[in-house]
Design a protein around this ligand. Structure first.
Ligand code: ADP
Length: 474
């Protein structure tokens, strides 16, 4: 069994397919043949049986009507009537008490079948036995004629039936072999045609794996079946993988570039301190201040990079009270940007204030957006926060009066390290990762984030977060 298993596993899918469908076709054909064979055989046997019964009934009736006066000699002299009763392939014998033949009509069998030990007193007994090597029906009954008492025996050879059944069996076997060969070829051809897209898919996968997305995915699909679906899913998956792969490559090169700049600045200032700093306190102080700034920037950059890379699994059981958490962030903002005017607007008419997101994540989202609103403005920042609730969601709108962004820039702001104005962002301690983190967190908690902006007028970020529904039961 294990050998068969190993052999089966070593077969190609095409062979397995061809083998299985050929086997199924052949077994179905063989089953139909068997049923047909048995049905024909029993139907023909019944026909033969009724012919024997008919002859035997006629013979019995003949002897009964002729009365007890009839003698064996008379029968011998006048066999014509009895001959007309029986079929020409049947042999009728009259045997004495010892089973010795006294009279025979027709001569289709030489051998005299033995009289059965137990015979019914009335009627006759039918058996299927071999006579002269041939299958035959032998019917035996008691016979009384005047003083004579013996047996009446009818032998009905089944030669015609046997040879017909042999002929049918041979034809069926021949047809079976032809069906087996034909079904193997048809199944193989079908399997080849159906598995062709899979073969193309596998060679395409190999090519892509060898060249690491340098060559385009070529496989095409026309069919709407399962294989077509598989190829489509594969193409979609490969496109996503390719974009993730390219994004990762860009991220690594961007991250190394971003980290290299502060390290170079730090190195320059430390060298300066080493050379002149000991003697010139001005240079020492300035270089130390710049170095500390650079180290802070690097620390923030590393923290944000780690935040993005961590990408923890979301915790379904966590929730945040929008009002409590917003107040916490507003307090923080007051210390960071005391001049900024931040107003919170909300409708009193709401049932639930918990959203399905962790408190940390909520605060980080709001913090990043408010920090940007404060950073990217040329006047005193004036920010409005609107909180609205519907049956399933909470919508948070953050509207600022900042410098705004052009439609081209808007398309890229959620990309890592993207900054509309590099110098301005750096000047305010920006890393180009704030909005990527916001987007990542909102996606993680199944929220939605949209942005609209008008250059020199302001920007509006709209966040939709699902309400925490388990709140009702607690
Ligand atoms: P950064 O650390 O540079 O602020 P972000 O990912 O937070 O990085 O933002 C990406 C860029 O989008 C910023 O550099 C800035 O140019 C632009 N930006 C973000 N928020 C605003 C805003 N409220 N108003 C104008 N520009 C913005």
């Amino acid at each position: 069994m294990t050998k068969l298993n190993t052999y089966w596993r070593s077969l190609t899918l095409r062979r397995k397919w061809a083998f299985t469908s050929a086997a199924v076709l052949f077994i179905s054909f063989a089953l139909v043949c068997c049923i047909l064979y048995v049905a024909i055989n029993s139907w023909l046997l019944n026909e033969e049986k009724s012919s024997v019964t008919r002859s035997m009934d006629d013979l019995t009736a003949f002897f009964e009507t002729r009365g007890s006066g009839l003698t064996i000699d008379e029968i011998q002299r006048n066999t014509g009537l009895m001959n007309s009763i029986i079929d020409k392939n049947q042999t009728v014998r009259i045997l004495n008490k010892d089973g010795i033949e006294i009279l025979r009509l027709n001569n289709t069998s030489e051998e005299i079948p033995a009289v059965p030990q137990t015979l019914p007193l009335k009627g006759y007994m039918m058996q299927q036995v071999k006579v002269d090597g041939e299958d035959s029906f032998v019917t035996t009954g008691h016979l009384r004629l005047g003083n004579f008492s013996g047996y009446l025996q009818l032998t009905h050879p089944l030669k015609a039936l046997t040879s017909l059944m042999k002929y049918i069996l041979t034809s069926m076997l021949l047809m079976g072999i032809i069906a087996l060969i034909a079904s193997w070829f048809i199944s193989s051809a079908l399997a080849t045609v159906l598995l062709k897209p899979l073969k193309r898919l596998s060679s395409d996968m190999k090519r892509v794996a060898d060249h690491r997305f340098e060559e385009p995915i070529q496989v095409t699909v026309e069919s709407n079946d399962e294989i077509g679906d598989l190829v489509r899913v594969y193409k979609q998956m490969m496109a996503e993988l390719e974009s993730a792969f390219l994004q990762q490559q860009r991220f690594i090169s961007d991250a190394s570039h971003e980290l290299r700049t502060p390290i170079q600045v730090l190195e320059g200032h430390l060298s300066m301190i080493q050379r002149w700093g000991k003697d010139e306190p001005d240079i020492l102080n300035e270089s130390l201040a710049t170095s500390i700034d650079e180290v802070r920037r690097m620390k923030q950059l590393i923290e944000e990079l780690l935040e993005l890379a961590r990408h923890e699994a979301k915790d379904q059981s966590q929730s945040a009270d929008v009002f409590v958490q917003t107040e916490i962030v507003l307090k923080e903002m007051k210390t960071i940007a005391p001049t900024a005017e931040i107003k919170l607007h909300y409708n009193e008419d709401f049932q639930k204030s918990h959203v399905a997101i962790s408190e940390n994540a909520y605060r980080q989202i709001l913090h990043n957006l408010l920090q940007n609103a404060v950073r990217y403005t040329s006047s005193i920042p004036s920010i409005n926060i609107y909180l609205t609730f519907d049956l399933n969601n909470c919508t948070i709108v953050i509207e600022d009066n900042g410098i705004g962004m052009s439609p081209e820039s808007l398309e890229h702001i959620f990309e890592r390290f993207y900054r509309v104005d590099k110098a301005r962002s750096r000047e305010h301690g920006g890393t180009g990762l704030g909005l990527s983190i916001v987007k990542m967190l909102i996606d993680k908690y199944a929220g939605e984030l949209t942005v609209s902006s008008i250059l020199n007028e302001g920007t509006t970020f709209t966040i939709r977060l699902p309400l925490y529904l388990a709140q009702e039961s607690s």
